[in-house]
Design a binder for this molecule. Sequence first.
Ligand SMILES: Nc1nc2c(c(=O)[nH]1)N(C=O)[C@@H](CNc1ccc(C(=O)N[C@@H](CCC(=O)O)C(=O)O)cc1)CN2
Ligand SMILES: Nc1nc2c(ncn2[C@@H]2O[C@H](COP(=O)(O)OP(=O)(O)OP(=O)(O)O)[C@@H](O)[C@H]2O)c(=O)[nH]1
Ligand SMILES: [Mg+2]
Length: 427
Amino acid sequence: MDTIFALATARGKAGVAVIRISGPRAFAAAESLAGRLPAPRRAGLRHLRLGAEALDEAVVLCFEAGASFTGEEVAELHLHGAVATVSVVLRALGAVEGLRLAEPGEFTRRALENGRLDLAQVEGLSDLIEAETEAQRKQALRVLSGAVGEVVEAWRAKLVRAAALIEATIDFADEEVPVDVSPEVLELIGEVSGAVRAEIGRLGAAERIREGFEVAIVGRPNAGKSTLLNALAGREAAITSEIAGTTRDVIEVRMDLGGLAVTLLDTAGLRETEDVVEAIGVERAVSRAEAADLRIFLLDREEIPLIAPRDGDLLVQGKADLHPAEGLAISGKTGAGVDALVAAVTERLTERAAGAGVMSRERHREALARAIRSLESARDEVLRGGERAELAAEGLRQAARALESLVGRVDVEHLLDEIFASFCIGK
Ligand SMILES: Nc1nc2c(c(=O)[nH]1)N(C=O)[C@@H](CNc1ccc(C(=O)N[C@@H](CCC(=O)O)C(=O)O)cc1)CN2
Ligand SMILES: Nc1nc2c(ncn2[C@@H]2O[C@H](COP(=O)(O)OP(=O)(O)OP(=O)(O)O)[C@@H](O)[C@H]2O)c(=O)[nH]1
Ligand SMILES: [Mg+2]
């Protein structure tokens, strides 16, 4: 097994920079620079030297194999965060026999291989590092702490019990008065499918928290959509003008609304048009608005929107500084009503986010759907009864395997490269 090392903190000038070394030669490598190492899990201040050359004065922290993040020997060098310091220490480590630079996510991959984290926790760790808002941080931390593994284990235990009940009747099929286990088996299958379906129902909201909700501003040309976007963004993200048909491309602005990641979309004004380029813009506006989680319809007075609002969408009167208005009314120009609009959007999205479960990816949705299919076929076999018991038990085992793939106990080798490719070096 190679010993790997990398800068674990962000690149560039910083107060402190941490280089992490993991593998069988981690302590030996750290010792070659730092001299006598502090006791494991005790920080010690050391002069790092390469021969006679002083490299830095650093804090050194060691974790023994079996009690570290990766499960291997880990040594950390907490350096002064100068670009030149990091660079000279990385070079010195690269010259140590048996050491090489880590690939992206390789420390975490080792943690997975050594059973320190399950696959869902690895995804949670990846999400945690990507987290920019409070909701993302909370959701990722829950997953990193093993929330997915806990639900999966509870479901799996029920399926294992149901399969065992069936197996028992197969083994004792010759008895005079066979016990009918099917009510209990059906009950267990029903409980697990109900819970799995509920989790599928909560997955969309969790996915939105992870990726961000999309909120589209739509309305007729000149309604003031781009002006509103700029007011919300606090900067001139979109061009505005008195010429109808100014916006053509969809303009995206990322925001944090009450701890939720939101991508706000400014779109082309909706109208029939001879202008080929504008028409493409209108087409994009319609399709992005339809796909968005929420639409803000910016209306002229008494105007009927060109696409249909859905339940929960916001109908807002624009240019409220020019005309008296009722209900939700804003002026992108003066800023009047913008705070109330933000509050209304935040309230609606917060309501949806409240329905989030612990699973948040397409991979999870697929595994849950596979589990449901196997549970349905198992239930059908139980209901048919008699000779089909073996098939019912097999369906239950398949469902259990689908659930286990969530935490990576089976068939996930092919997923790993993709998952780790998105990690930074040093994680
Ligand atoms: N300096 C430093 N800070 C860090 C990390 C790190 O690697 N180094 N982490 C990196 O992500 C996070 C903390 N995660 C960690 C997870 C497990 C262990 C660890 O040593 N686990 C052992 C001992 C557990 C214990 O003492 O209770 C184990 O699980 O056996 C360390 C850090 C955030 N802060
Ligand atoms: N008085 C007033 N004028 C506004 C307001 N919002 C926008 N305008 C003006 O209305 C015109 C159109 O504004 P835009 O924000 O470009 O309108 P838009 O909806 O993005 O238009 P398209 O991109 O063409 O669809 C500009 O001259 C703005 O200055 C407002 O709240 N009050
Ligand atoms: Mg515009």
